[in-house]
Write a protein that binds this ligand. Structure first.
Ligand SMILES: [Zn+2]
Ligand SMILES: [Zn+2]
Length: 239
């Protein structure tokens, strides 16, 4: 019993220490925080739809085919979505540790994962998905805003902060149409916005939140809006 407990404590400590791989706990970690072996095993979201990052099963030949059925029929407001990893283990645990247990180490690792292949950030500014103040108080922080600020600092970009003025129920309980309707009027964007805005979130699930923010930003004069998150939920979701 005590040995199990001690082992767990030791594991948590190692996980928190630089030099040790966050995933396999070996002492072979690079500066990013994980080892090369784990890097190769991380669940990549390759061959995803360019616009919404919906994971696709086959490698399409040309870029027109690099869009999912939904984006071909009804292109979303965001020009592109970058979400290079799938929301499966071990990325899922990282996101949950960060979001629900406020683990700074997990947050830093997510930033590093996002920086392994960032979108084109020329002339762009970042903005985290806004969170209602009541929810932010409950959670202690807005994880998307935290990621946006860290990334902006690392990339030398400006970061903007919007507001969420509507208490949103858990989005995963709603279907796509209901999500979109529910999001109407939920956000207030800052007065002055850049020419290119990259919205940052922790996970892209249906893209409905990004879609609503992008729609609003384009309406406010932003010329191009993109979405950037470390992970995308696996296919078969409601988008
Ligand atoms: Zn490792
Ligand atoms: Zn798509």
């Amino acid at each position: 019993m005590l040995t199990t407990w001690l082992r767990r404590v030791e594991e948590r400590l190692r996980q928190a220490l630089p030099g040790y791989c966050a995933f396999c706990l070996s002492n072979q970690a690079s500066e990013k925080g994980w080892c090369d072996e784990c890097q190769a095993l991380l669940p990549r979201n390759s061959d995803a739809c360019l616009m919404c990052a919906e994971p696709r099963s086959q490698s399409p030949a040309d870029s027109a085919e690099r869009l999912c059925g939904h984006c071909l029929i009804e292109p979303p407001a965001m020009a592109r979505t970058t979400a290079d990893y799938l929301y499966t283990e071990p990325v899922k645990t990282l996101v949950r540790d960060f979001k629900y247990h406020a683990s700074t180490r997990a947050g830093v690792l997510l930033v590093e994962l996002m920086l392994t292949s960032p979108p084109d950030t020329a002339k762009a500014a970042l903005m985290g998905v806004p969170m209602h103040p009541a929810k932010a108080r409950e959670r202690g922080f807005n994880q998307a805003d935290w990621l946006a600020r860290q990334l902006a600092k690392r990339l030398g970009l400006a970061s903007f902060e919007g507001q969420c003025v509507k208490h949103l129920p858990a989005q995963h309980t709603l279907n796509r149409r209901a999500r979109l309707e529910n999001l109407r009027g939920a956000f207030v964007l800052p007065q002055s916005l850049p020419e290119r805005l990259i919205i940052v979130d922790d996970v892209v699930t249906t893209g409905a939140t990004g879609q609503e923010l992008a729609r609003q930003a384009l309406g406010a004069g932003v010329r191009c809006v993109e979405l950037w998150a470390p992970a995308r939920t696996p296919p078969g979701r409601d988008w």
